[in-house]
Design a protein around this ligand. Structure first.
Ligand SMILES: Cc1cc2nc3c(=O)[nH]c(=O)nc-3n(C[C@H](O)[C@H](O)[C@H](O)COP(=O)(O)OP(=O)(O)OC[C@H]3O[C@@H](n4cnc5c(N)ncnc54)[C@H](O)[C@@H]3O)c2cc1C
Length: 318
């Protein structure tokens, strides 16, 4: 396996039990189905393996962690350094601890957590039924819906630092705000303790069914999308700003603002990451001009532009 990063790690690589693959296309793991390759993709065998790997990794190598890819726009030039993806096998467990508390692995799909909570008569997790990401992404994004956010469930979070140290963060340490955590950006969340409340299972099932029904009607959930493109500005709905800017249905290449829910961006054909980001910045520029509102991306854009295809924020009219 040829990789400059691995050769710099030397013999330490022999101790790693997880899977290491150079030059791995990321379009296969993002919901948009776009994006260039990861220079090196690492899927650790478990938390200890991740820690050993991080300790051995030279300090100057960039590290990016990705979850289920439902909120990501990976640029066409791909990601330099190491991309970490925690496999389901070792990070995909939900353990009931009693008293409506769970230990949840970072790769557990949000929907699975909602399901496991319902089975134990634990309320407060039904909103996850409609969010297609994993718990690691929810912890980072403070994912929320239907008036509930992840931070309301989090007791504490286990994480591996860039230097390989394993640590536990309290809810307060996570520094939660709307769709944001101010915890250090290089932390890799591995699991969390989450707390719900007692609620009859039948009531929870009804809530979950309502969430599914609402999604089916209001969002293009079967498309290649990244969920809400922009955060809601204070006292506004992002979709309304997009609409007022005349951008519902706007299309660039294979990228389109959804007709059904105009804050969702879609890959309607063979979009590149460039098409999608250019569309997003066109919408931001048009919204600023027509409504005076500065939309901020909710979707995380990662990686490098292909040379000559750089896109300036607000198309340079900021
Ligand atoms: C159809 C659709 C509907 C959606 N609806 C909602 C909604 O109602 N509410 C909502 O909040 N979101 C929604 N989203 C967005 C998305 O599902 C959430 O943000 C989700 O929490 C992202 O999780 P993920 O595993 O896919 O993370 P990714 O998209 O892979 O990553 C998102 C961010 O989290 C970080 N991250 C991922 N895993 C870890 C980890 N283990 N440790 C540290 N950082 C990590 C990544 O670095 C990145 O910055 C929707 C998306 C789609 C496609």
């Amino acid at each position: 396996m040829e990789s400059e990063i691995l050769s710099r790690m030397g013999d330490a690589v022999e101790e790693i039990r997880g899977r290491i693959v150079p030059n791995q296309p990321l379009s296969a793991v993002t919901w948009f189905r776009v994006g260039g390759p990861a220079e090196l993709l690492f899927q650790p065998a478990d938390e200890l393996d991740l820690s050993v790997f991080m300790k051995a990794l030279p300090d100057d190598v960039p590290v990016t962690v990705i979850g289920l890819g439902s909120n990501l726009l990976v640029r066409d030039g791909g990601l330099k350094g190491v991309v970490i993806r925690l496999p389901m096998k070792s990070f995909g467990q939900v353990e009931y601890l009693g008293n409506h508390q769970f230990k949840v692995g970072a790769s557990v799909p949000d929907k699975k957590l909602a399901e496991e909570a319902a089975k134990t008569g634990t309320g407060g997790f039904a909103f996850y039924t409609g969010i297609p990401g994993g718990v690691g992404g929810a912890l980072r994004m403070n994912a929320g819906a239907h008036g509930v956010e992840t931070n309301e469930r989090v007791v504490n979070v286990n994480a591996v630092q860039r230097d390989g140290e394993i640590l536990t963060l309290t809810n307060e340490d996570m520094g939660y705000a709307y769709r944001h955590s101010s915890a250090a950006t290089d932390l890799i969340f591995t699991s969390a303790i989450m707390q719900g409340v007692a609620q009859p299972e039948a009531e929870i099932r009804k809530e979950m069914a309502d969430v599914v029904e609402h999604r089916e009607k209001a969002q293009p959930i079967r498309e290649k999308t990244g969920g809400s493109t922009f955060k809601n500005p204070p006292n506004h709905s992002a979709w309304r700003v997009v609409d007022d800017a005349g951008c519902r249905g706007l299309q660039i290449g294979g990228a389109q603002m959804s007709q059904l829910h105009c804050n969702f961006m879609l890959n309607v054909g063979e979009a590149t990451a460039h098409d999608l980001e250019l569309l997003g910045e066109t919408v931001r520029a048009q919204a600023l001009e027509k409504t005076g509102i500065r939309l901020e991306w909710e979707i995380k854009r990662l990686g490098d532009f292909i040379e000559g295809q750089e896109i300036a924020p607000f198309l340079g009219n900021d």
